[in-house]
Write a protein that binds this ligand. Sequence first.
Ligand code: ZN
Length: 276
Amino acid sequence: MTFHTDEHGNPVYCDKHTRIIGGEEKPYPVQLMELRDGSVKCPMCEREQRNKEIEQEAEVWRRQVERRVLSTHSLIADPTLEKATFETYHCYNQEDEQNKRRMLELVDQIKAGVIMNIFITGASNAGKSHLAISALKELNKKSQEAYAKSALFVNSDALMRRIKNSFNDDSEKLTESKAIELLTRVDYLVIDDLGSEVGDTDNEKRTAPDFIQRVWYGISTGRQGKVTIVTTNLTGLALAKLYDKKTVNRLTAHLEQIEFEEAQKGKGRKTPASLV
Ligand SMILES: [Zn+2]
């Protein structure tokens, strides 16, 4: 490897580089190198190219790790949901069919880049969580290389128990700030059974405790411009009483709603297993 010169023995420079001298951008000539195979290259251009390739590879790797967040960090209270997909979603009535179709339509829109928040509402056992996790798995699918988006499913009661636990237990990794960071970071988030973390839903004067308000406030603020799916059996009115107004406004911006209004009695779904 030698420095490259022209036929008169003068150095030949690459003119693509600059540096800042005294606050001003000045040309920074880099002498070209002649490699053993006879090719002539600029060492700085070569290095920049290699850095770019390494960065791209790192980004692909980071995306792959992120995509696994769904299986490694989700908090699923009902173990039957772990295998739930659109294929295993059983329709018991016309409303189920309509809601499933609607959810599939919304998934297509989200894939096309539409930003929305989806509220899936209705009584327990309606199949809300099943629909939500099916959508999430579809959005998180491995075959869709172009997306490779990260997704997370979090049962709100399980989440807040873990955070509360971290107040007294140093071995609990899911602290308030970690939870906010994780739930904000992912591309797609399902907040499952919003309201269940507060308990005692019949008490009309009840509002969520401070730390719960803080967590939802942080997450709803950080997730503006991202897709969040919420399942809840609370009405809009009950939510407004329970949570900070700004939190509710942000979670319900660009809102799409899927409602289960029919009686859920005849449905064969299992009631969610209690969290251990
Ligand atoms: Zn160069």
